[in-house]
Design a protein around this ligand. Structure first.
Ligand SMILES: Cc1cc2nc3c(=O)[nH]c(=O)nc-3n(C[C@H](O)[C@H](O)[C@H](O)COP(=O)(O)OP(=O)(O)OC[C@H]3O[C@@H](n4cnc5c(N)ncnc54)[C@H](O)[C@@H]3O)c2cc1C
Length: 342
């Protein structure tokens, strides 16, 4: 019988993050489909809030590695914790969220336990006892279904690919799993984290809205002039107020490389599309972007798509958007900012 291990690290406050809850949702579904045994394991400085939050998930065992040694994203101690948890659970399938912390260690941990690992998993299904995962290849153009016989099989589930587990919290005392930590494992110390202020961090995977800016923001407008500083102000103001994540078309991000007048906060990391990112957000709003196929292919995981363009025959009008506003984005977004207030 399969033993499905849900493996997660706790957050700073000891709770579970959203990606971990999604991985738990997938693990619960898989264990039910396989009629297997579900085991939940958490590691981190403090794990009790996380364990209590998932006390009613149906796991037959709750395992934990807790302590200051496991507080930060340090490879040596985190990998040792995960290896110990997988061995203690005798897991055949391990489901863990592809956070940056777990993604760095999972391949190494899998090697130590003699298993195999698959990354960027977007779906996990069980059919007549056989487990199949889905993931995308070649810039999201080919979707593959994979199955493997080697065990343990470790699956890194991409965030936002599965519904999060929803259930009542409760109270559970996890079994502590001992992990010897030598001095050499403590050689790396995390002295702190530096993150850009919220208004400079434009890529926000958890945002409800993706706002995509296109090259039109930098083009000559009806007065025959460009209005790049004004475009910057409008976009930054909207991002601050809406907390949307910022995407871009390829043309716009490439302008800065060609020394053309472009939006200063835009980088290649913002690019959405065939040669860019394929973000996942419930809603998307595009402004001043033409909506060509190589761009819109990056919108395939966006729930509701809207676009603002002066051109009624732009790509968005050809089945790429649910709603197209044929309007001047400078005017529309200024009004939206005014409505959103200060
Ligand atoms: C192999 C390959 C890979 C590619 N990969 C990508 C990719 O990953 N991502 C990507 O984005 N592109 C990609 N492209 C490029 C893509 O085909 C387009 O060239 C690009 O998306 C165009 O960017 P744009 O729509 O911002 O600019 P433009 O085509 O210049 O469109 C600007 C739009 O702004 C509108 N506009 C101007 N002023 C206003 C205003 N005031 N209000 C409202 N609308 C206004 C105009 O009507 C126009 O439709 C790729 C191309 C190739 C060949």
């Amino acid at each position: 019988m399969d033993i499905i291990l849900f493996l997660a690290h706790s957050e700073e406050d000891g709770a579970l993050g959203q990606p971990a809850r999604e991985a738990l949702g997938a693990a619960v579904e898989l264990s039910q489909a396989l009629r297997g045994t579900l085991v939940a394991a958490v590691y981190g400085a403090t794990v009790q809030p996380a364990a209590d939050a998932i006390a009613n998930c149906g796991a037959s065992r709750f395992l934990a590695v807790a302590g200051e040694d496991f507080a930060s994203a340090r490879y040596a101690t985190n990998a040792a914790a995960c290896e110990a948890l997988i061995r203690a659970a005798q897991a055949t399938i391990v489901i863990t969220a592809a956070t940056s912390r777990s993604s760095r260690i999972t391949a190494g941990v899998t090697l130590r336990v003699g298993g195999c690992v698959d990354t960027h998993v977007t779906g996990i299904a069980a059919d007549s006892g056989s487990v199949t995962l889905t993931r995308w290849f070649y810039r999201q153009r080919i979707e593959a279904s994979l199955t493997r016989t080697q065990r343990p099989w470790v699956l890194l589930l991409d965030p936002s690919a599965h519904a999060a587990w929803q259930g009542e919290s409760g109270s559970v005392t996890p079994e502590p799993i001992a992990v010897p930590v030598s001095e050499s494992m403590r050689r790396t110390t995390v002295r702190g984290t530096i993150t850009p202020p919220a208004d400079q961090q434009t890529i926000r995977p958890d945002a409800k809205l993706l706002f995509v800016a296109g090259a039109g923001w930098t083009k000559k407008q009806k007065d025959g002039q460009t209005h790049v500083p004004e475009a910057e102000t409008i976009i930054v103001d909207f991002l601050k107020k809406s907390k949307a994540s910022l995407g871009s078309s390829k043309s716009l991000v490439e302008m800065s490389g060609e020394n053309q007048s472009a939006l200063r906060f835009m980088s290649h990391l913002n690019q959405v599309g065939q040669t860019g990112a394929t973000p996942r957000h419930p809603k998307g709003l595009s402004a001043c972007c033409h909506g060509e196929e190589p761009h819109t292919v990056g919108w395939r995981f966006i729930g509701e798509r809207r676009a603002i363009n002066l051109d009624p025959n732009c790509g968005w009008a050809r089945g790429k958007a649910d709603v197209l506003y044929v309007a001047d984005a400078f005017e529309v977004m200024s009004k939206v900012n005014a409505l959103l207030g200060s």
